[in-house]
Design a protein around this ligand. Structure first.
Ligand SMILES: O=C(O)CCC(=O)C(=O)O
Ligand SMILES: [Fe+2]
Length: 360
């Protein structure tokens, strides 16, 4: 297919679906020393052109939730949070209130350990991203991520497609229900501190997360014989309001782009990695930006993550907060309804920057 034909196909196809591709776990089990060409990124693929930072002083900011809720320490911690959101767009949170991380992690591990035919009972159906498979595969020529996943819409409850919710392991569903409810509470709470850190006293933004949408992507990154030639997930920024990620690995697999260099996130057991998504970038008029990030893989070790994409209520417009457009601060992004925002996202061109397309 010529480049032009490829672009035309990309333009006409909606991205809200995925072509079926092989399971990476199965490829990994074949114990071959070589990775199939479709996964190889070091043959001129420009997503591979930046390198990890070698500066050990660069670490993802750490936010202590206990200090945010304590009146004596709140101001200092809010200032740290403001700098984290402004300079990085990502931070790790400890002492949060989510109790079901470990249980959910165990369920996800047990799910990915099932034989392929069993996992396929919950496979993505044509025309939908939800279920077990891979995201955003839209052409047979596209390079592939070294990643298997299961993606489920969890809240509100009426958005659930239960036929895609695994019943093996047996406690998977109830654990995911509890996990998503806890994540919703955490998102509301984090958003209330993020807006306070920005100096917004009105609670409209954080409250809109109580009626929000919560989509959960569980990722498995199997060991890879040639880890330096592939990516677990290509560089992207999230289209969420905020993303809450739990990393069950013990090496830095997730990397954020900071001043042109990739900085790895060293997993802290029991912590949540929170990153700003495009919706909060728009609502803060770009004061807080959605950071580019990617996942890399390991030669010997599997890595599992659970990613909760948190969106405000569909009744909330996606537009810069009026209070931020004062005294010569120009509005940077368009005012959109929730429906318009998603329409633009799912019909975007894969070779163009989504955030640039919603700038004024
Ligand atoms: O699993 C990871 O480390 C990154 C996942 C991610 O960025 C995503 O699913 O959007
Ligand atoms: Fe992401």
């Amino acid at each position: 297919m010529s480049k032009l034909e490829q672009n035309l196909t990309m333009e006409s196809k909606t991205l809200e679906s995925s072509l079926s591709v092989p399971s990476v776990q199965e490829l990994s089990l074949k114990s071959s020393q070589k990775v199939p060409q479709r996964y190889i990124r070091d043959d001129g693929d420009d997503v591979f052109s930046t390198f990890p930072s070698s500066d050990p002083s660069l670490t993802i900011p750490l936010i202590d939730k206990a200090k945010l809720v304590n009146a004596d320490t709140q101001q200092d911690e809010l200032h740290k949070l403001h700098l984290a959101c402004k300079n990085w767009g990502v931070f790790q949170i400890v002492n949060h209130g989510v109790s079901s991380l470990k249980n959910m992690g165990n369920q996800v591990k047990r799910f990915f350990d099932l034989p392929l035919h069993e996992k396929k009972r919950w496979a993505q159906k044509p025309g939908s991203l939800e279920g077990y498979g891979q995201a955003f595969v839209t052409s047979e020529e596209q390079k592939l991520d070294w990643n298997d996943m299961i993606f489920l819409k969890s809240l509100p409850i009426q958005n659930r497609k239960l036929d895609l919710w695994p019943q093996n392991p047996p406690e998977f569903r109830e654990t995911l229900e509890k996990y998503s409810e806890e994540m919703r509470e955490e998102a509301i709470s984090i958003m209330s501190f993020v807006t306070l850190a920005l100096g917004l006293t009105d609670t409209k933004i954080s409250e809109s997360f109580s009626e929000g949408l919560y989509d959960i992507r569980m990722n498995c990154y199997p060991p890879c014989p040639e880890p330096e030639r592939v990516l677990g997930i290509i560089p992207h920024a999230d289209n969420s309001g905020i993303t809450l990620l739990v990393d069950f690995g013990d090496f830095p697999g997730l990397q954020f782009l900071k001043d042109g260099k990739w900085v790895g996130v060293q997993p802290i057991e029991g912590a949540i990695v929170a990153n700003i998504g495009h919706i909060i970038e728009v609502m803060t008029n770009g004061i807080y930006k959605a950071p580019e990030h990617r996942a890399v893989v390991n030669k010997m070790k599997e890595r599992l993550t659970i990613v909760t994409f948190c969106y405000p209520s569909p009744s909330m417009d996606i537009a810069p907060a009026k209070k931020l457009i004062v005294e010569g601060n120009q509005q940077v992004y368009k005012n959109m309804t929730h429906a318009e925002y998603f329409d633009r996202f799912f019909n975007r061109k894969l070779d163009e920057s989504f955030i640039d397309s919603i700038r004024l």
